[in-house]
Write a protein that binds this ligand. Structure first.
Ligand code: NA7
Length: 873
């Protein structure tokens, strides 16, 4: 590089884009005294609102909230005319902001950034444009928008049409007059749904080509909500603060009402209220579980379909407009003004591409299977290469000579949606892996801009010149983003959130759905932990605190947060009777457990008297089934047949095995070794009575959770010593296998994850004298481990017992026992048992069930075959 020749083309930062994000970024950096150049491909500021000028274009977040909050004077100087402002008004607003802060002087309009290359020597980016500019900058900031690169028409013959073609995303500035014309609109996303009623007003004939019907609710546009205006007038800062720490970026109460358990009356009342309100977050939040639970989602979806059917006169058209192939909210729902009613107009027709696909666009119009249409104009409302399109459109080459496009070939990978490894000082505003399109964009944009500005001023203050995420931090964040998406219904839909609208695009859930508040906290935590997961370098400096910012499963974190908020007394502070009553009361609030074929309670003899047991028989069970004897958790002190009922049902339903859950004697009434002896006796009794219980004799496994897994493991050792019964496998979920509490997992997880060190000590104190705690019947890890049944050992990351479980797995393997080692990532000691509450536990329980079934599978089919002739006879 020729330093002097390019001196004037050196900037501290280059910003790409002059929409909401670019304008604020430019403003913040200038405030920090940095030299900045912004490039914008459009002829003026506005971004999305510059390009999307189609009739009816409006925001779908109330404009009281869809606005900057950084400048109190700006807020006072601008009044929105409507609840949902039109595109021209929002564009005027952005122009007003640009003028007010004199931003235009640093923006080069009608200039597209085409290339960017990191120079490792110079520690700078070299940026090139379509106008031949070459500039150098320390920081390269993509403020290029999430929905800015239109999808090119992926329709056969698209270029053949002789008449005018319009894209909603590139609408002519002078507008279009469709008066007297036969018009086709392809696409029924937000752009189609907003524009169709207005195009219908002009066109002589309007034909809408619909591939996927979309959920839409009436915007009920009008003056801004009086309630919101009052809140803003009363306490503007408080309102904006609440927005920043809300789930979606708009203040509002979240409900804890579940769709599946609410009464019909409550369901109807909540739905109608949201329908009347006409706000996306309202209709997306009718029930707390509608984004997660298909049954709850369907309640809302069906009510919307009812509304569509009542709005549209022609029955087949109404039915074709009813979305049925995706869960409500998994594709971006729309706000409309008279959309469905438009189909009642005699000159408007819907063509359902599912039954009548487009064969080709022709010179005169569109040919579908079975019908030819002639048109005067075609409007494409076919959407965008969302979230990644603009980022990969620039040929950005990082430190290792790899382009961003290449790095993201199988899907984007980011740290916090802000940066990506290998691309130092390249920042993305609302990039993939951030809440972005799922949130009020203006709130998310301000948060990102502020974070980046703070980061850059930190680098300056510390004399540093580069920042880049580590591979570990980035893969941890990617995993967290996936975990958050995985517990929702989103991955089931062919949406642009999933990249599914662009042929060939990797199918990945792109945004972060954990919430604006949770996300902001994660970003803040990264900074307060010394820029955890970032490498910061400068002359003679190389700083890196590596790590993963969020390792816990998101739903586990929510449960823990809720529990913390309830201010529950520590169990170990209660008398035993109260602790048991507390457990029973907590159990009563659980959601319905999985259905099984039959549940019967009975008793079996035990060494100290009868033992109650509950037998779960699988549904559709034909003939005898293998049996698993199950022991509940509760530290030998708490728990009963009810406490682990959901888990037993889940195991029974998933494995198709009979589960016999046995209650055993508890401490302090009956101390060590009563529980262990009861367990062994129960295994013997079930083995001896397998046939009369409906089981296959000899097809026996044992299982338990926590202290129940302790006595299950002990029962296996006792059975081996006694020469029987033969046990096919042992499933130990978060087992207690040792009394040594000095393993690292106690230090890591001994506080804050439900099972605490203090509680475990309390359990041990009630159960066994210190001298007995080294007895293998209390600490099976200390026993002889030869000749034990194959094991499935489940451990959880955030469990004080994690390391002893892992030690048991390793010790069994060391003596040649097959072990299925399931390490439940991001889970706690209790979370896997929270059936129907912690959704992320379900895939782990599926693995557990597979392992359990595997213990008996081969023999079971043989056993069933052997039984058949006898049954027939
Ligand atoms: P969307 O929401 O992606 O909608 C695009 C629409 O175009 C959608 O109905 C698509 O059907 C349809 N489409 C796309 N390609 C085709 C082809 N090849 N043939 C037929 N139909 C097609 O984009 P919008 O501009 O409406 O809205 C984008 C966002 O902007 C919106 O969510 C708001 O956040 C603001 P599909 O559903 O893919 O079957």
């Amino acid at each position: 590089m020729n330093q002097s020749a390019n001196a004037s083309r050196q900037f501290d930062a280059v910003v790409v884009g002059a929409g909401f994000s670019g304008l604020y970024m430019l403003h913040r950096l200038r405030e920090l005294g940095m030299s900045v150049k912004a490039f914008e491909s459009a002829g003026d500021v506005g971004g999305t609102w510059y390009w999307n000028r189609y009739p009816g274009a409006r925001c779908d977040i109330p404009t009281t909230d869809y606005a900057y909050s950084f400048d109190p004077e700006l807020e006072k100087g601008w009044t929105w005319s409507e609840k949902y402002a039109t595109q021209p008004e929002i564009l005027d607003y952005l122009r007003y902001v640009a003028d007010r802060h004199g931003l235009r002087s640093d923006i080069e309009f009608s200039t597209e950034v085409t290339g960017a290359r990191w120079d490792e020597q110079e520690k700078r980016w070299r940026i090139t444009t379509d106008r031949g500019d070459e500039v150098w900058c320390r920081s390269y900031i993509m403020a290029s928008g999430c929905l800015s690169v239109p999808k090119s028409p992926d329709i056969e013959g698209a270029s053949r049409f002789a008449g005018p073609v319009y894209f909603t995303s590139r609408w002519p500035h002078e507008g279009v007059d469709f008066t007297g014309q036969r018009v086709a609109v392809i696409g029924t996303g937000s752009s189609g749904i907003q524009s169709i009623p207005l195009i219908a007003r002009q066109a002589r004939q309007l034909t809408v080509f619909q591939r996927t019907p979309n959920f839409s609710i009436p915007a009920h546009n009008g003056p801004a909500s009086a309630d919101r205006l009052m809140q803003l007038a009363g306490d503007r800062d408080g309102y904006r603060h609440a927005a920043r720490w809300s789930r979606g970026g708009v203040p509002g109460e979240l409900t804890d009402i579940l769709g599946v358990t609410a009464s019909d009356e409550v369901r109807r009342q909540r739905f109608e209220a949201a329908w009347e309100e006409g706000e996306l977050f309202g209709i997306l939040g009718v029930f707390a579980d509608q984004g997660l639970n298909p049954a709850s989602n369907d309640i809302v979806a069906e009510m919307i379909r009812e509304k569509i059917r009542s709005a549209v006169d022609d029955l087949p058209t109404a039915e074709a407009l009813c979305p049925k192939d995706h869960y409500f909210g998994t594709k971006r729902p729309c706000l409309d003004t008279g959309y469905f009613e438009t189909y009642n107009l005699p000159h408007v027709r819907l063509v359902d591409l599912r039954t009548q696909p487009i064969i080709s666009v022709t010179e005169a119009g569109i040919d579908t299977a079975g019908e030819s249409f002639d048109f005067d104009a075609i409007v494409y409302a076919t959407g965008f290469d969302a979230m990644t399109g603009a980022l990969t459109a620039v040929d950005a080459i990082g430190r290792d000579g790899v382009s961003l496009k290449e790095k993201w070939a199988t899907g984007p990978s980011t740290y916090l949606g802000l940066m990506t490894a290998g691309f130092p000082n390249l920042f993305m505003i609302t990039g993939p892996g951030s809440p972005s399109v799922l949130s009020n964009m203006t709130v998310s944009i301000e948060q990102h801009v502020d974070w980046i500005a703070d980061c850059l001023s930190h680098l300056t203050a510390e004399g540093l010149d580069t920042i880049e995420p580590t591979a570990l931090a980035e893969s941890g964040w990617d995993q967290h983003v996936r975990d958050c998406g995985a517990i929702t219904l989103h991955p089931t839909a062919n949406s642009w959130y999933m990249g599914a609208n662009v042929p060939g695009k990797p199918r990945v859930f792109l945004p972060y759905i954990g919430g604006v508040n949770a996300y902001r906290q994660a970003c803040d935590d990264v900074v307060s932990q010394g820029y955890l997961g970032f490498r910061l370098t400068g002359p003679g400096e190389d700083r890196c605190t590596d790590g993963i910012i969020r390792r816990m499963q998101p739903d586990v974190a929510i449960v823990l947060e809720m529990m913390a908020g309830m201010g529950l007394p520590p169990l170990e502070s209660l008398p035993v009777a109260d602790a048991r009553a507390f457990m029973a009361a907590a159990g009563a609030t659980r959601p319905p457990s999985p259905e099984v074929g039959e549940v019967t309670d009975s008793v079996m003899p035990g060494p100290g008297g009868d033992l109650a047991y509950r037998l779960y028989r699988p549904a559709e069970s034909e003939g005898p089934q293998p049996v698993v004897v199950y022991f509940h958790g509760g530290g030998w002190v708490l728990g009963d047949l009810d406490s682990d009922d959901p888990l037993c049902r889940d195991l029974c339903a998933r494995t198709g095995m009979i589960v016999v859950s046995v209650n055993y004697r508890h401490a302090p009434e009956d101390r060590f070794p009563a529980a262990a002896l009861d367990a062994f006796a129960a295994v013997q009794w079930v083995d001896a009575n397998a046939a009369s219980l409906g089981g296959i004799p000899g097809q026996l496994a044992v299982a338990g959770w926590s202290a129940g897994a302790n006595i299950a493991a002990v029962a296996c050792q006792l059975a081996r010593d006694a020469g029987g019964p033969a046990i096919r496998g042992q499933l130990l979920i978060s087992p207690v296998v040792d009394s040594d509490m000095s393993r690292p997992s106690y230090a890591d997880n001994g506080d804050g994850y439900v099972l605490t060190s203090a509680l475990m000590r309390w359990f041990w104190d009630y159960y066994a004298d210190p001298a007995d705690r080294v007895d293998p019947r209390a600490a099976p890890l200390r026993g002889d481990l030869h000749g034990l049944p194959p094991a499935c050992i489940v451990t959880a990351d955030f469990d004080p017992l994690r390391d002893e479980g892992l030690a048991y797995a390793r010790a069994l393997e060391a003596v040649g026992t097959p072990v299925v080692d399931i390490q439940a990532r991001g889970h706690t000691h209790t979370s896997l048992t929270m059936v129907g509450v912690v959704i992320s536990g379900a895939p782990v329980r599926a693995e557990i069930a597979e392992a359990l079934r595997g213990f008996v599978q081969a023999d079971a089919s043989m056993g069933a075959a052997l039984q058949e002739p006898a049954a027939a006879g």
